[in-house]
Design a protein around this ligand. Structure first.
Ligand code: SF4
Length: 361
């Protein structure tokens, strides 16, 4: 007789775990203890869970795995940004990036292997979509990187924030990303605050309309232009969901819960950095409900777009600030290790970093 395949416990929200464990005859208290070992103590060896009875430990081991992505490679940028190449159970690879700023240590996580959206400025987008990540592969990035930081940097090195801005369009993988976000927020588990998580989308209108049923985390929209023709050139998704449809959908986001929306705006020389672009952007957005994050384009080998001069970047920011918008410039991190925005792509075979003695672990 074929054996039942093991379930990865990390795929379950707390409510689902309670249900599964109670079906095995375990008490609610045991589920709490298991969540505590896995998510708070970061211990993935059931044999060591000393406060559980041996019967419950055995039951757990018979029915579940705790399979985490593995670190294949790690790179440290001179600005402190760390990039991780992680291997999944089926040998596909994804990337996660840790960005240090002020009192924060933010993990930029991937939601898919590759991406279907195909933004023309994005290195990742050139790969196409290979597959969605499952819930445990989304939360697993946080757990694996946290473990690596504890073991290799120090016990105090803790991730504080999460942004869904790695490979993939998170809302294209809606259900698994929603479940993973619940697990990140779960008070019995990681217990991260809602304000510490940011969900970023390229503008998938049907899924934006479903955000009423998503945990109330920060929302960022990749806008990049307030003109349909330019946005369609940068983001083919705009041909299906143009600015009008996008902003109709944005109106349905329960703002009280999600607070102000951040609009990401990649500044590209001579394409979307002109006085007309300032006008179009200020007409499209409302000051009270928007924050604008300007991201100077990171040039990568072969990219057709160029970065504007620093003067132009600050001119654009001042123009928007003068019009009453909260507008900041996000400086790129980690571009020397291809970890900056739009540069995530599995480059390792190409660069032969597998054999690098400086950064492989
Ligand atoms: S920018 Fe984001 S949504 Fe667009 S192709 Fe790249 S990963 Fe996909």
């Amino acid at each position: 007789m074929l054996e039942k395949p093991m379930l990865n416990f990390l795929d379950f929200t707390y409510a689902e775990a309670l249900q599964k464990l109670s079906e095995l005859g375990m008490a609610k208290f045991s589920a709490k203890q298991i969540f505590d070992w896995v998510y708070r103590k970061g211990n993935y060896s059931p044999g060591e869970w000393s406060n559980l009875s041996s019967k419950n430990r055995e039951l757990f081991q018979k029915n579940f795995t705790l399979s985490l992505p593995q670190v294949l490679w790690h790179g440290l940028s001179k600005d402190g940004t760390r990039k991780f190449l992680l291997k999944l159970d089926d040998t596909q690879t994804i990337e996660s990036v840790v960005i240090a700023a002020k009192n924060r240590l933010t993990l930029c996580i991937s939601s898919q292997v590759g991406c279907a959206i195909g933004c023309t400025f994005c290195h990742t987008g050139t790969q196409g979509l290979k597959r969605h990540l499952n819930t445990s592969e989304v939360t697993g990035q946080y757990l694996t990187v946290s473990k690596w930081l504890r073991e290799n940097v120090g016990e105090d090195c803790r991730l504080t924030n999460i942004v869904y801005m790695g490979q993939g369009e998170p809302l294209h993988n809606y259900e698994n990303v929603r479940k993973a976000t619940e697990i990140f927020l779960e008070p019995q588990g990681l217990g991260l605050g809602q304000r510490r998580i940011t969900l970023s989308t390229s503008g998938l209108v049907p899924q934006i309309k479903k955000l009423t049923d998503f945990p109330p985390v920060n929302i960022a929209i990749s806008l990049h232009s307030a003109k349909n023709d330019v946005r369609s050139e940068l983001m083919p998704i705009n041909k299906t969901y143009d600015l009008e449809r996008l902003f109709e959908a944005i109106k349905t986001i329960p703002l009280k819960a999600h607070r102000r929306i951040t609009y990401e705006y990649l500044l590209i020389k001579d394409l979307n950095d002109t006085p007309e672009d300032v006008e179009a952007l200020s007409e499209l957005l409302t000051q009270k409900e928007s924050k604008i994050n300007l991201i100077p384009f990171n040039e990568y080998p072969g990219s057709e777009y160029k970065r504007p001069t620093d003067e132009k970047i600050y001119w654009f920011m001042e123009q928007m600030s003068d019009k009453g918008f909260t507008c900041t410039v996000r400086h790129s991190k980690g571009d020397d290790i291809l970890a900056a925005c739009g540069q995530l792509k599995t480059q390792y075979e190409k660069l032969n970093l597998w054999n690098s003695s400086t950064s492989s672990i």
